[in-house]
Design a protein around this ligand. Sequence first.
Ligand code: 13P
Length: 252
Amino acid sequence: MRKKLIIGNWKMNPRSAEDARKIFAAIKRKAAKISSVTTVICPPFPFLNLLSPDKKVALGAQDIHSEQDGAFTGEVSLAMVANAGGRYVIVGHSERRALGETDEFVNKKLMQALKHGMNSVLCIGEKERDEGGHYLHFLNAELVAALNKIPSTHLRHLVIAYEPIWAIGKKEDEAMKPSEMHEMTIYIRKVLKSLYRGVDVESVPVLYGGSIGESNAEAMIRDGMVDGLLVGRQSLEPEAFGAILALADKTR
Ligand code: 13P
């Protein structure tokens, strides 16, 4: 059985390094008891260097720039993330796209990360659903654009996180239903198959993100047929996040 991948995205939290250390240490204690889950925490950049990953909990960044280095005020490069201990990067989160990140920029960032062998979590997701199924065309276009010119040899470091924007930051019972996610898992794999003919795309993990907590994590993994979860708010709550890890650990 494949290990589940549970990624915590702290977004722009917590406020202090002291709190970051405390939360991370508590998560490490929870993860120590878990065997079939890969846990990743993506803190804000200033905390990356301060946190010590271990065998059970890896570190990741919430973004990178597409260039290696240079005159890009305020940006952080892949090498800096890697040197700070980051083994994963999130690329194309909807909250970054909302700030103006284009499909082309997302594609360049993804290329930069994958060509250097960084585990890259590509986020996709529609703003809203419509009766006519246009959201599927939107998702197809987002995937095609993000994976433009990315060779199949890079797929072993790729993770797809499906985060419907309408399900982010809501109550747990307003998250997507696992049965709907099952359809999306199949759809995403279908698009990957059409882009990479003859390549084993089943090995690319597909995650769900959006209002995941203790109450819906298990059903989402089991019935949504996902390989893991991308967790926002509840990844800052060690008790709740620990419970999600434990549920993922026992869910087949
Ligand atoms: P919430 O879990 O807080 O809804 O955030 C989801 C998300 O955007 C993770 O990247």
